[in-house]
Every structure is written in C-alpha cells, then in structure tokens.
Design a protein around this ligand. Sequence first.
Ligand SMILES: [Zn+2]
Length: 123
Amino acid sequence: MGKEVIKQSIIHSSSKLVKTMGRRQTMMEKYKQQMKAYRKKRGKIDSTPFLPSDGIVYVMDSLNPDKKIKAEVLKTRIKSHREIIDSLSCPECSNAMTWDSKWEAFTCEKHGKKAIYEIVPAK
Ligand SMILES: [Zn+2]
C-alpha cells in the first residue's frame, strides 16, 4: 500500500466519521426539538371541565366536601365541539369564577379566604 493510498483512506474514513457524527447531531437536535414541543403541548393542555348534558353543575367547597352545592353557570365556551364551563358563579358571593388548572377547580378570592370549588358529579 503506497503512502498516497493510506492518506486517501484516512481522509475517507475521517470524512465518513464527520458525516456520521453530523447525522447523529441532527437526530439529537430533532429529538430535543420534539421533546420541547411535546412539553410545551403538555403544559398547554386545558383541563377545563365540560358542561354536563343537562347543564346543571354541582360543586363542593374543598373545605366542606360533604356539602354539594348547585352552581350557576355564567359562561360556556366551545372546545373540540364540546361545551366547556368558562365561568361559574361563586356560591358564596356570586363572583364570576374561572377555572384554575393548578387546583383543578374553580376558585374565588373575592370573599375572605380563597375558596376552592371542585366540580362534583350530579349523582
Ligand atoms: Zn366568592
């Protein structure tokens, strides 16, 4: 094997390595981007509850879970062809409450201590 051939083969293999690494990097970047998009999408998931078919919503005060209270629906919104509860009237002070995804409940801060109203099934 002549010197020139060895040199050629080194150049060839090193360029092949760069190509492979380059492709791997692209795959990694692609994966990272996908993960980023996925996390972003997950964070955006709207857990706002759907309006029951009869339109009657019951809530319970998280501090008094035994008591079922009928809540007045103030506003609804259509999401994915279904009606969701955009705003509920606070059973205590009639303040318009919106969905708090952190608590997974409707919350009111207008009457004294923060109240957390969870949606409960009618039956
Ligand atoms: Zn209130």
